[in-house]
Design a protein around this ligand. Structure first.
Ligand code: ZN
Length: 472
């Protein structure tokens, strides 16, 4: 519809008024600071090397929250605070001391992980590798060798359904005196996850370790050759007595004309905490981009008409808890949230987004000052009848509540699967020029949307399915 309006003089006036941008001089300064004086890698460096991974409920995440609040205050943001969204009975801390290796018959350092919220070792624990029995018969055949051994299996042992009673074999193994269970991953990636639903008086006791497939192949080669295979693990990890309170971090550049109307720029501050991961790309990049966007805007002297709110979510990895609770707690204000941007796809650049036809001209106008600034990183706006649902990040609860939530297309050469929840989620895999674009783009988009004449148009409600259609 807006396209036809362009053909008339009045329509043209209306269109340009409708999609007004911020101050052109401010836009120029944002581009200059963002492109030529960008500090996003400095933020990411501090976050990953001075703080490290940030499991929800961990002391490390608290440190990171405090550091970010300090930074937001330092650059001049206002209303810097945390908002609690929940609490869990037990926290978890994984320390730097993480060793996993084969010491005999040959030496091999493992790339390994263990689930968060599971026990570490009491110092360096060495023991023979014994192939895990899979039946009670096999168990009875090896039970004399289990005390003080590491039980190894090519792949993770099958786990019963949640809440199911342990099998006789599980119980026998648990009571056999093994040091723990070591299994191989499906490929060269070791993935960290974990179950936070634990109680202080019933903490998990089984050590569970995953090594790379090639590491397990090497262990099995030794065992199959009849050699004495000795493994060593030293994993510094401890439970933290709760309740552990959880909160999102919030900072603002208040709007000059409509402070109660808001554009949100966000990423998630929590991460998984595998032994060599730093939570660098999932999602250190996203929160560093949010902080840098804020810094660029403040340095450029941006005075947006609407408030630009920076939010660093937590509890994302365990189920989008921070954003889900935020939507509930701020239900009355949702109609005044123009848009929510989530940068949570690793280190690639902000290559575009999907919106509805009504939103397209406003978003195009907001992004216009970026035209030609990063010629190798084109930006694409795709039009759809609805913003895609799902997407597994913190935009989802907003979309579900009818607030336009955007997950940037993460465009570029970085392979997200290589880093996502793996041992490679590290600073050295970040791509600086992409993050420079991302932080500049986030600043430009949020500033100009916050200066547009109106809030971003909402999606039309979904057409109800035809009656008689079967449910699924
Ligand atoms: Zn993430």
């Amino acid at each position: 519809m807006h396209r036809r309006a362009h053909f008339t003089f009045l329509g043209l006036l209306a269109a340009s008024a409708c999609f007004a941008q911020g101050d052109p001089d401010v836009n120029k300064r944002i581009i200059d600071i963002g492109k030529n004086h960008n500090q996003v890698m400095k933020h990411l460096d501090t976050l990953t090397h001075k703080i490290g991974p940030r499991l929800t409920g961990s002391p490390n995440l608290e440190k990171a929250m405090n550091w970010f609040m300090e930074q937001f205050k330092k650059i001049g943001c206002q209303n810097v605070h945390t908002e609690q969204w929940g609490e869990w009975p037990v926290g978890f801390h994984r320390g730097q001391r993480q060793i996993g290796r084969m010491v005999s018959p040959w030496k091999l350092d493992f790339e390994f992980t263990s689930p968060s919220w599971t026990p570490g070792t009491t110092g360096l624990m060495r023991g023979p590798a014994v192939v895990a029995p899979t039946t009670m018969e096999e168990f009875n055949a090896v039970k004399g060798k289990l005390k003080g051994a590491w039980l190894v299996s090519q792949t993770a042992p099958p786990r019963g359904a949640a809440g199911a009673a342990p099998t006789d074999l599980d119980t026998a193994i648990a009571e056999s005196g093994i040091l723990g269970r070591v299994s191989g991953s499906r490929n060269e990636l070791v993935l960290t996850s974990g179950n936070y639903r634990i109680e202080w008086d019933k903490l998990p006791t089984m050590r569970r370790i995953t090594v790379r497939k090639s590491d397990m192949d090497s262990i099995m080669t030794g065992i199959n050759a009849g050699r004495d295979v000795q493994l060593e693990f030293d994993m510094e990890q401890s439970f933290v007595k709760g309740p552990r309170k959880h909160a999102n971090v919030i900072a603002e550049i208040p709007g000059t004309e409509k402070p109660d109307e808001v554009v949100i720029v966000s990423g998630h501050l929590d991460s998984w905490d595998g032994p060599s991961g730093q939570g660098a790309l999932d999602n250190g990049t996203g929160v560093s981009v949010a902080l840098e966007a804020a810094r660029i805007l403040m340095a450029a002297g941006a005075k947006p008409k609407r408030t630009i709110r920076f939010i660093l979510w937590t509890g994302e990895e365990q189920g989008l808890f921070g954003s889900t609770e935020y939507v509930k707690q701020h239900e009355a204000e949702l109609p005044k949230i123009s848009a929510v941007f989530v940068d949570d796809g690793g280190t690639n650049y902000e290559g575009g987004l999907t919106c509805t036809a009504e939103m397209e001209p406003v978003l195009k106008k907001a992004q216009e000052p970026m035209t030609g600034v990063f010629p190798d990183m084109p930006f694409e706006i795709k039009v759809a009848t609805r913003i895609p649902r799902g997407g597994g990040s913190d935009h989802a609860p907003f979309n579900a509540a009818g607030v336009p939530g955007f997950f940037w297309f993460e465009t570029g050469r970085s392979d997200y699967n290589f880093v996502h929840h793996t041992q490679h989620d590290r600073y050295e895999f970040a791509i600086p020029e992409y993050l420079v674009q991302s932080s500049t783009n986030s600043a430009i988009m949020s500033y100009n949307l916050a200066c547009a004449d109106a809030l971003l148009p909402r999606e039309k409600p979904a057409t109800p399915p035809p009656t008689g259609a079967g449910g699924r």
